[in-house]
Ligand binder design. Structure first.
Ligand SMILES: NC(=O)c1ccc[n+]([C@@H]2O[C@H](COP(=O)([O-])OP(=O)(O)OC[C@H]3O[C@@H](n4cnc5c(N)ncnc54)[C@H](OP(=O)(O)O)[C@@H]3O)[C@@H](O)[C@H]2O)c1
Length: 293
């Protein structure tokens, strides 16, 4: 049985992948790399090996990767420095003799000259390049937007404001649910046939929906009338800034919604359904789980 190391296991995706692995293989086959061991106590109690280190700490990452066959590398959250951090981890994987690296990358349209979310995509593109050039066997997992971001984007007070206020017009997103990505990616980690060697997979849901459609779905689930208003980007930035929302969050929301308006997240790909062996969760079923309580 392959020895697997999952990074980012104190985050949402890495934790879900680790949980999915624990259902299907012995804990003795699973290691995780975390920055704070205290946050990994529950996994340790289940028999998972816990290593501590930041992506930028080469010696710690190298020590964690000794004896590992497959690395699941969760993309970091520090946009400015993450390409260099990922390169560090990939170099350590090579030195440690890791066989295969799965990297959580990002869905993008290949045929546009300028992207509103270029700042996010660029470090993913760089990491893909570094991984391919490393000579390690790679599996690149290009994730669409997670359905799990909908409540934060729509506003945590949505049932009070009753309005989704986002500048993405009629743009649609083929949201996938994080739990489905985790299940499919655990399947890849446990695969012994090598069919995912040197593959790029694009993981999306099976339908693309607009914020207007999401507002209607939430209205149907809650019985409240939820409206969708799409301001101009400038108006959006002005209103949120005036309301005291931190500039970084305002910029992130504006950029992602400009990307949505431009159709950057609307493509639907079959890879997720194929690997799951079932249909991915729908946005409606996800919304039901959040707003139907
Ligand atoms: N497609 C989408 O819709 C979408 C949405 C959100 C995020 N993402 C991307 O996908 C990744 C996983 O998503 P998520 O929801 O699981 O995010 P998350 O909950 O923020 O988890 C990120 C994990 O990465 C770890 N990490 C970040 N920088 C690190 C570093 N320098 N060294 C070691 N570990 C580091 C964090 O460690 P700590 O626990 O110590 O902080 C955390 O465990 C994110 O990191 C982000 O790049 C995509």
């Amino acid at each position: 049985m392959s020895k697997i190391l999952v990074t980012g296991a104190t985050g949402q995706l890495g934790a879900a992948v680790t949980e999915s692995l624990l259902k299907r293989t012995d804990a003795s086959n699973i290691s995780i790399l975390v920055r704070d061991a205290a946050k990994a106590a529950a996994f340790k109690a289940k028999g998972v090996t816990v290593a501590v280190g930041d992506y930028s700490d080469y010696a710690a990452v190298l020590a964690a990767l000794r004896g590992i066959d497959k690395l699941y590398l969760v993309s970091g959250t520090d946009l400015e420095n993450r390409a260099a951090q990922h390169e560090n981890v990939i170099n350590a994987a090579k030195e440690a003799g890791v066989r295969q690296v799965l990297y959580t990358s990002f869905q993008r349209k290949k045929n546009i000259s300028h992207s509103a979310i270029a700042e996010v995509s660029e470090s993913h593109i760089q990491t893909e390049r570094i991984l391919k050039a490393s000579g390690l066997i790679y599996t690149i997992l290009q994730h669409g937007l997670y359905a799990d971001i909908i409540p934060a984007f729509a506003g945590e007070q949505l049932l009070e404001t009753k309005t989704i206020y986002l500048p993405s017009g009629t743009g649609k997103v083929s949201f996938a649910v994080r739990a489905d990505l985790a299940e499919a990616e655990a399947t890849i980690l446990l695969d012994q046939t090598h069919k995912f060697d040197n593959k790029e997979l694009e993981f999306t849901g099976n339908e693309a929906v607009s914020w207007e459609e999401i507002a209607k779905m939430i209205s149907g689930i809650t019985g409240e009338t939820i409206a969708y208003v799409s301001p101009s980007e400038d108006e959006f930035k002005g209103v949120l800034t005036q309301a005291g929302v931190p500039l970084q969050i305002v910029g992130m929301l504006a950029d992602f919604n400009a990307g949505i308006a431009a159709g950057e997240f609307e493509e639907i790909k079959p890879d997720l359904e194929t690997i799951l062996g079932r249909k991915p969760a729908t946005v409606k079923s996800y919304l039901q789980s959040v707003y139907g309580k």
